[in-house]
Ligand binder design. Sequence first.
Ligand code: ADP
Length: 191
Amino acid sequence: MRLIIMGPPGAGKGTQAKFVADHFKIPAISTGDIFRANVTQGTELGVKAKQYMDGGDYVPDEVTNLMVRDRIDQPDAESGFLLDGYPRTLAQVEELDGMISFTGHKLDAVLVLTVDQDEIVQRLLQRAELEGRADDTEDVIRKRQELYVEQTEPLIEVYRERGILIELDGMGEVDEVTQRIFDALDVWPQS
Ligand code: ADP
């Protein structure tokens, strides 16, 4: 399975990505997590990414694309993967198409979690308290939501046209949402 999980910041992508990845025995690849790990370790990539992340901006495509290419090339991703937080721009969509077709595979499905805006802000502010993420302040949350609408939401139409979009209600309990995802994927044709 080669899957993407999408949704606005705070939609619960990361949480669901882990369950789905475990279920299908594929790695969940979160660009946000990889960037944060690099920031913590103070790598060159982390230093580069941090200036963008702290302000809620997207890290430049060429930096992000290289990182994903590298990760997808790892042996554990050979039989499939679930991408969380990538692609986020049309340029990244093209780049990913190239990476996948190069290996002779195809993208199976793109999951989109739909959520209520108010609920999202609540979740993010709660997460800010629990995890202390530097980009979970109100201003930066707003910035990330704007960027999502501007740059990432248009990707939904691209994948809809390809016939691989699965839109799901992301509201409710975590395990209810997980069940919705499993139900949808169970009847989905696999490559
Ligand atoms: P969220 O979905 O809650 O905004 P993520 O953990 O997915 O959070 O991402 C955190 C930050 O990492 C983003 O705001 C952005 O700066 C950077 N980032 C993650 N993925 C990408 C990407 N595909 N392209 C550019 N920047 C990214």
